[in-house]
Design a protein around this ligand. Structure first.
Ligand SMILES: Nc1ncnc2c1ncn2[C@@H]1O[C@H](COP(=O)(O)OP(=O)(O)OP(=O)(O)O)[C@@H](O)[C@H]1O
Ligand SMILES: Nc1ncnc2c1ncn2[C@@H]1O[C@H](COP(=O)(O)OP(=O)(O)OP(=O)(O)O)[C@@H](O)[C@H]1O
Ligand SMILES: [Mg+2]
Ligand SMILES: [Mg+2]
Lengths: 219, 219
């Protein structure tokens, strides 16, 4: 369902070009469960942004469910994202002016879900991440780990086929981490495709496959 | 050097009041090295913000080097902070419009350091966290772990007597985590007082003391 061929990403900040990804090939079947590890700065988030159609490669191709998505116009890309992909970012996950509940509701609004359905799904997902009593808090009124958990709930709002989570447990204690991994495992058992970036073996161990990046290359 | 007595913190978001800290007593001698652990939402960051003079308790007292700081005016509090405390935040560590080097330089500017000294210290600290070649990158041009490492460099800019680090390794791979812990250990050996919030045993193990929070109480 996911296929990267010869993907490179170069950032040109003016002084020195940074080759964040270097000729990456990757295939993941539907229902796959992959962990991506590697040192700080090795290209993991860059790879996730390309997988999540949030950025395009400098060279190479990306087939998502058979479609060559790096050809798509922004609008179409955004539609694919909204329907197919749930993304948990490493940073800046939530819109600061919206409450936790409103943040989780957003993808459902874009997808045109009814008010009743939105209410249901938001309540169900906040409960799943143990934050039923924090729905009305804004991000600056939440702890770091709570923000992360709301972000996970939001990524699941449209019941996406593919879930991309970039360090989803970075701010979580071991109990909260366990709960989250059980949730992700159960989603994979239901047939969802999962890609998780992590630096914790305790998390990578849940995946069926682990790939390691080093200086933008798969090693 | 640090002494909290009966400290409580209540957030009143309108609907329900959240008692983030509940009657906390804490003493840490100069040169101490303490880790704070506990579940997500247990009050760790709230405690750190009070320790770092970034927030005041709802009740109770806080003596920092013998001075009852919760009495201080904002201006005086900011001065104490700038001179005495280096703070690594759990989120939003850097000013987004400034480069990594400019972010590290900021505390030195506030402290009135000469241009030459500022240049020296920034170069030295960026090297210490392995980011000499990223000084001109803005935060959105850095990886998550690189942002965290720049934040650590910035916290050390004024060579503070007290270092408060809130989940400093959350985004770091094990090698970068090791390097950082070695840096923090060496600072403690030089006599600096360290308080580190972490959910990783591999980090807590470096401290001389570990306290655990649960629902705002020390357990
Ligand atoms: N917009 C950008 N402009 C310039 N360089 C960038 C940009 N974004 C990322 N980089 C650089 O590209 C490299 C890879 O970044 P990336 O965020 O993919 O790393 P990562 O593996 O996710 O790291 P971490 O584990 O620290 O989150 C980093 O060295 C970073 O400095
Ligand atoms: N400004 C605020 N208004 C209302 N509630 C808040 C506010 N800030 C924090 N809280 C609540 O206070 C509790 C403690 O927050 P705190 O950030 O101290 O937790 P923490 O132990 O650092 O958690 P984590 O490990 O997830 O970072 C949380 O349940 C949070 O929802
Ligand atoms: Mg990253
Ligand atoms: Mg916290």
């Amino acid at each position: 369902v996911i296929e990267l061929a010869g993907v490179s990403k170069v950032y040109d900040t003016g002084r020195v070009a940074v080759r964040a990804l270097d000729d990456v090939d990757l295939r993941l079947e539907a229902g796959g469960y992959m962990a991506i590890m590697g040192p700080s700065g090795s290209g993991k988030s860059t790879l996730m942004h390309i997988l999540g159609c949030l950025d395009t490669p400098t060279s190479g191709s990306y087939f998502l469910r058979g479609h060559e998505v790096s050809q798509y116009a922004r609008k179409k890309l955004a539609q694919v994202r909204n329907r197919e992909v749930g993304f948990v970012f490493q940073r800046f996950n939530l819109l600061p002016r919206l409450t936790a509940a409103e943040n989780v509701e957003l993808p459902l609004l874009y997808a045109g879900a009814s008010a009743e359905r939105r209410r249901e799904v938001v309540a169900d997902l906040l409960a799943k991440v143990g934050l039923s009593d924090r729905g009305h808090h804004r991000p600056n009124e939440l702890s770091g780990g709570e923000v992360q958990r709301v972000a996970i709930a939001r990524a699941l709002a449209n019941d996406p086929a593919i879930i991309l989570a970039d360090e989803p447990t970075g701010n979580l204690d071991s109990k909260s981490e366990e709960d989250l991994m059980q949730l992700l495992d159960s989603l994979n058992e239901k047939g969802k495709t999962l890609v998780v970036v992590t630096h914790e073996d305790s998390v990578a161990r849940h995946a069926k496959r682990v790939i390691t990046l080093h200086d933008g290359r798969v090693v």
